[in-house]
Design a protein. Structure first.
Length: 123
């Protein structure tokens, strides 16, 4: 079996944290916010997986773009949960740091891919 790349590993680990956060939020009867953060936070990894199964670089870039947007949305929900006191500042900062790391990894991959696509288009 092919070894997972860092983006896959990090997005899967982050999704597991999101699932645990969702359980905590449901226990506090925070159903609306729990659904939002669960959907966006787990979607990052699923889109990374879809990207890795892409047939073309263009399709790969599109799926990574969706993963990046979902990570941005997740960042919003985590910030809201932290700043409204639903989760502790410590937990919020920890999850936000992981989310920021994913944004940097995915963003870097997108920039590299776009540069590659541009150079291929010129030749």
């Amino acid at each position: 079996m092919k070894e997972k790349n860092i983006m896959q590993q990090k997005s899967f680990a982050f999704a597991k944290r999101i699932v645990k956060l969702n359980k905590f939020l449901v226990g506090k009867n925070e159903f609306v916010l729990s659904r939002q953060v669960m959907r966006a936070g787990t979607s990052i990894g699923s889109n990374v997986e879809e990207a890795n199964g892409s047939r073309t670089k263009k399709e790969f870039a599109s799926k990574l773009g969706i993963a990046y947007k979902e990570a941005n949305e997740t960042k919003y929900w985590l910030s809201l949960l932290k700043d409204s006191g639903v989760i502790t500042p410590k937990e919020g900062e920890s999850m936000l740091a992981d989310c920021e790391e994913l944004l940097k990894i995915i963003g870097s991959a997108i920039r590299t891919l776009k540069a590659s696509l541009k150079s291929e288009a010129k030749t």
